[in-house]
Design a protein around this ligand. Structure first.
Ligand code: NAD
Length: 421
């Protein structure tokens, strides 16, 4: 196989992320990468993905274990299964020598993370963590500015993961990430990216972490009087409740990635049926959720840099906002807006002339999803030419720091202790 032919991937988990993210990328870039095998227990999802990518029957599997029972079928495996089905398929794929792009959280416990890293180090294949934000133009630009010393020495980072009230209700009250036992703690599921970004920008090991937060609002005792179990069943506050599922899922502008989780068909009839019977029609105060709806984490790094991460359901926009405060300047960024503002400290008060504004591509992940796949496919092609970079272990260790911090933060939140490395 030459470097000109498309790279090949086997997809494990053809759900929202697998099909609409990675699968869609393959369809848009057929000259660079092709999906040649799929593992998915849901027959409808598996067959639809196989049809879209012209995958023969012999390469369609009911689960990751079946796909990974045979010899290698592709150059790489992309694991986009539910949170608790990540490490095992990745370890098996690494044992077979596949390159692996693994969705976060890449492991559910520190022990599992250790086994995964050992498998990666023992494998000929590479393990790449799906951290799209590292590839978002906003954070790439911030890393360049920080690394280039534009702010002097970084002293403090103040990062906010604005989950958005509707996004939170969808994923963390009604949806797949609502319970720790079904998925993972919110700080791991939602904010391992943010903790990764913070650690990446600081570039020094952390030494202490503390975290506070709880599930305070989306609880039974906060349900409005008379609210039924489902919004669609004549809720007396439906017209004013910001979390009303009917208005949200029937709205034509609600992203397909969200409606696709509710029902495979985007028709009014199908959505209404799902809201009457499925998890996404539930009153946000009467679900079976237990993950925190707001959490603040503070981190002390060995070089003296301090950082805070706020993750909150209670924001109007779905965005990440960051302030980086250095000895010679301050920077503010907004991922959704694609805005970056740098103020260098000057003698006297800074006027408008000293403020530099940079516009970058902005959306939920700031364009990072496609750029992550671009980078992964490029690495596969480099591998064919034997030109792989040799810093895999260092890169991998760095890309799991966010997970280690998330484990520590959750332990701190639950125990009240300050965790030391
Ligand atoms: N990196 C990011 O920014 C980002 C963004 C969104 C989601 N994610 C992660 O991606 C993962 C998938 O999320 P999603 O929204 O697509 O969920 P999803 O439930 O829509 O898709 C997961 C799919 O995996 C399938 N599956 C379950 N067990 C399987 C098995 N044994 N073998 C093969 N497939 C199996 C399910 O049937 C389902 O279709 C989650 O872990 C999520 O946290 C990451």
């Amino acid at each position: 196989m030459t470097s000109e032919t498309p790279a090949t991937i086997a997809l494990v988990g053809a759900g929202v992320r697998g099909r609409l993210g990675y699968g869609d990328y393959c369809l848009r870039h057929p000259d660079r990468v092709q999906a040649v095998a799929v593992a998915e227990p849901d027959t409808e999802r598996r067959e639809r993905f196989a049809r879209e990518h012209a995958i023969p029957v012999s390469r369609r599997f009911a689960g990751w274990a079946e796909l990974l029972a045979s010899d290698r079928l592709a150059e790489a495996v992309i694991v986009a299964t539910p949170d608790q089905v990540h490490a095992e398929p990745a370890i098996r794929a690494l044992e077979l020598g596949y390159d692996v792009l693994l969705e976060k959280p890449i492991a559910g416990t520190p022990e599992e993370l250790g086994r995964l890293l050992a498998a990666a180090h023992a494998s000929e294949g590479r393990l790449v963590v799906a951290h799209p934000l590292r590839h978002a133009p906003l954070f790439e630009a911030i890393a360049r500015l920080v690394g280039g010393g534009r702010l002097g020495r970084v002293m403090t980072i103040d990062h906010v993961e604005n989950v958005g009230y509707l996004h939170f209700a969808h994923s963390y009250v009604r949806g797949n990430w609502r319970r720790t036992d079904l998925a993972s703690p919110m700080i791991l599921a939602k904010a391992c990216h943010d903790l990764d970004l913070i650690a990446w920008l600081v570039g020094s090991p952390w030494r202490r972490v503390a975290s506070f937060g709880s599930l305070a609002h989306f609880r039974r005792e906060n349900a409005p009087p008379g609210a039924p179990d489902r919004c669609i069943d004549g809720c007396p506050v439906q017209s004013t409740c910001p979390f009303d599922s009917v208005a949200f899922y029937l709205r034509p502008t609600t992203p397909q990635a969200w409606v696709g989780a509710v029902t495979p068909e985007r028709t009014e009839e199908s959505i209404v049926r799902a809201l009457r019977t499925g998890p996404y029609g539930r009153c946000v105060y009467r679900s079976d959720n237990d993950v925190a709806d707001h959490q603040v984490t503070i981190i002390d790094f060995t070089d003296g840099t301090t950082a805070s991460l706020t993750v909150s359901a209670f924001t109007a926009e779905v965005t990440r906002t960051i302030r980086v405060m250095g000895t010679h300047g301050e920077l503010r960024g907004d991922l959704l807006a694609g805005e970056l503002e740098i103020r260098r400290f000057t003698p006297g008060a800074p006027g408008p002339a000293e403020i530099e504004r940079i516009s970058v591509a902005g959306d939920f992940h700031g364009g990072g999803d496609d750029r992550l796949m671009d980078a992964f496919v490029t690495r596969l092609q480099e591998g064919r030419r034997g030109a792989r970079t040799s810093d895999l272990d260092a890169a991998l260790e760095a890309s799991v720091v966010g997970h280690v911090l998330a484990f520590a933060a959750e332990e701190s939140r639950l125990t009240g202790a300050v965790l030391r490395k």
